[in-house]
Write a protein that binds this ligand. Structure first.
Ligand SMILES: Cc1cc2nc3c(=O)[nH]c(=O)nc-3n(C[C@H](O)[C@H](O)[C@H](O)COP(=O)(O)O)c2cc1C
Length: 185
């Protein structure tokens, strides 16, 4: 028997990302886990309008999305606890710049995407930025022999809201578009 928990957004776990911005020429970092894929070439990041980071995104129409690895958890959690409006978070991560202004990229992050903002699906409380990756910088050591990202090497951090916890990614348990073949037999 299922118990109905009512209107609950239960789509977890989601990956933890650090979104990099620049506000009045100062770098700022925010922890964002309410993210998604839109089509095959865009992403959505859902950001409460109270956050300081939103100002930079609106100023520059750019941002970075950095996938963190497990070793970065403490810094990642910290930038999700304090606001750049009160604390200078610039030095929490060492960073480099790519092609776009306003999209600082984290040196230690295994995957960094510099993105252009193409739309904002604004709701009463949230800016839901639709972004397009322009360049994706990936550490060599997380690429496989085919040049694809190996997520077992990335060790991304997952997040779930109901119990306020971080989780790690588990084992590879199957091949996509292959396992279903067994059903046909
Ligand atoms: C694990 C985690 C995930 C978070 N995900 C989001 C999110 O998806 N959207 C959001 O608006 N805030 C999210 N936050 C809250 C912001 O990261 C936090 O309020 C931050 O301090 C705001 O920084 P800023 O004011 O410098 O922009 C999250 C925080 C944590 C710790």
């Amino acid at each position: 028997m299922h118990k109905n928990l009512g209107a609950t957004v239960a789509l977890y776990p989601t990956p933890v990302t650090i979104v990099g911005t620049e506000i009045d020429n100062r770098v700022n970092w925010i922890n964002i886990a309410h993210i998604g894929i839109v089509g095959v070439d865009k992403m959505l990041i859902s950001m409460n309008k109270v956050h300081y980071s939103n100002e930079g995104i609106k100023q520059n129409k750019t941002l970075s999305i950095n996938i963190i690895s497990e070793e970065m958890l403490i810094e990642a959690d910290y930038v999700g606890m304090v606001s750049g409006a009160r604390v200078n978070k610039e030095k929490v991560f060492r960073y480099f710049t790519g092609e776009l202004k306003g999209a600082p990229l984290i040196e230690n992050a295994p995957i960094c995407m510099e993105c252009e903002v193409v739309d904002n699906y604004e709701t009463k409380t949230h800016d839901n930025f639709i972004v397009k990756p322009i360049n994706t910088y990936v550490k060599q050591e997380v690429l496989n022999e085919k040049g694809q990202i190996d997520y077992t090497k990335v060790k991304p951090v997952l997040f779930e809201m109901p119990n306020r916890q971080y989780l790690s990614v588990g084992e590879v348990i199957g091949r996509c578009w292959k396992e279903g073949e067994k059903y046909k037999k």
